[in-house]
Write a protein that binds this ligand. Structure first.
Ligand SMILES: NC(=O)c1ccc[n+]([C@@H]2O[C@H](COP(=O)([O-])OP(=O)(O)OC[C@H]3O[C@@H](n4cnc5c(N)ncnc54)[C@H](O)[C@@H]3O)[C@@H](O)[C@H]2O)c1
Length: 257
C-alpha cells in the first residue's frame, strides 16, 4: 500500500524539474497523477514514462482553464485529493529594472496561477471535506535578494495566500489543508538557466553560487509527498523549508555540506 494510494493529484509545472520529480514520487506511492503543464512538447513524453500519470495541457494563468481542469478531473476520477501548484517562472531583475510587463508576467504564472488553482481546488475539496493543497514557494520569500524582486514578491504572496486558505478551512471546518514548500537551490532546468545568465553578466556572483548547496529535486518531492499524505494530518498553514540551512546561514553552505 503506497503512502498516497489511489489519491488523485493535479500537479502543475509537471513537465520539468520539481513538478516532474514530484509526479514520479507520488505515482510511485500509488497516486493517480494529472500532470498539468503549458509545455505540450516534453510533457506527454514524460507522463508516458510514469505509470499512473497522464499529461494535460494547461495554462495556469487562465481561471477558465482552471475551472475546466478541476471539473474534468472530478468528473473523470470522482475526486480531487491533492493539488500541487508548482508552475513558475523566474527572471532576474531588481525593482529598478522591473518593468510592468515583467512584473505581470512573473505574477501571472506564480501569483495568479496559484490563486486560481487554490480557489477551484477548494471549491471541490470542501464538498468532499478533505484534500491537501501544496503551494511551491521558495526561500526567496524568506530571504529576498536584490535581483529577484518580482519573483520574491510573488512567492511571498503565495506564502500569504497559503496561510489564509488554511485559516479559512479550519474556521469553516472544510477539512482541507494548505501548506507551502520553500526549496533552496535545487538542480533543475530553471536553476541551470538562472546560473548561466548570472555567469554571463556577473561572474563574481556565479562564483558565490558555486559554493552554495544545491539539492536534488527528489528532496522536495519527498516533502510534498509527506504533505500530500495523511501522515501530515495536523500540518496546516505551515511553511516547510527544504534548504539544508541555506536561509539561516545566508547561503554560505559549502557544496559538500
Ligand atoms: N529550482 C529551484 O532551485 C527552485 C527553488 C525554489 C523554488 N522553485 C520553484 O519550484 C517550481 C518549479 O521550478 P523548477 O525549478 O522545477 O522549474 P522548471 O523551469 O524546471 O519547471 C517549471 C515548469 O512550469 C511550467 N510552466 C511555466 N509557465 C506555465 C504556465 N503558464 N502554465 C503551466 N505550466 C507552466 C514550465 O513549462 C515548466 O515545465 C517553481 O514554482 C519555482 O519557482 C524552484
Amino acid at each position: 500500500m503506497g503512502r498516497v494510494e489511489n489519491k488523485v493529484a493535479i500537479i502543475t509545472g509537471a513537465a520539468s524539474g520539481l513538478g516532474l520529480a514530484t509526479a514520479k514520487r507520488l505515482a510511485e506511492e500509488g497516486a493517480k497523477v494529472i500532470m498539468a503543464d503549458i509545455n505540450a512538447e516534453s510533457g506527454p513524453a514524460e507522463a508516458a514514462k510514469i505509470e499512473g500519470a497522464v499529461f494535460v495541457k494547461h495554462d495556469v494563468t487562465s481561471e477558465q482553464a482552471w475551472e475546466a481542469l478541476v471539473d474534468n478531473v472530478v468528473s473523470d476520477y470522482g475526486t480531487l485529493d491533492i493539488l500541487l501548484n508548482c508552475a513558475g517562472i523566474v527572471q532576474l531583475a531588481s525593482i529598478e529594472d522591473t518593468s510592468e510587463e515583467l512584473w505581470r508576467k512573473i505574477n501571472a504564472v506564480g501569483t495568479d496561477g496559484t490563486f486560481f488553482g487554490c480557489k477551484h481546488a477548494l471549491r471541490v475539496m470542501k464538498q468532499q471535506a478533505s484534500g491537501s493543497i501544496i503551494n511551491m514557494c521558495s526561500t526567496a520569500s524568506i530571504q529576498g535578494g536584490p535581483n529577484i524582486f518580482a519573483y520574491a514578491a510573488s512567492k511571498s504572496a503565495i506564502r500569504g495566500m497559503t496561510k489564509s486558505i488554511a485559516c479559512l478551512s479550519t474556521q469553516q471546518g472544510y477539512g482541507v489543508r494548505c501548506n507551502s514548500v520553500h526549496p533552496g537551490n535545487m538542480s533543475t532546468p530553471m536553476l541551470d538557466a538562472m546560473y548561466n545568465i548570472v555567469l554571463e553578466y556577473d561572474p563574481e556572483t556565479a562564483a558565490e553560487m558555486d559554493k552554495m548547496w544545491v539539492g536534488n529535486p527528489v528532496d522536495v518531492a519527498n516533502m510534498v509527498l509527506f504533505l500530500a499524505s495523511d501522515e501530515s494530518v495536523s500540518v496546516n498553514g505551515a511553511a516547510m523549508v527544504v534548504d539544508n540551512t541555506a536561509t539561516i546561514t545566508e547561503g554560505a553552505v559549502p557544496r559538500h555540506g
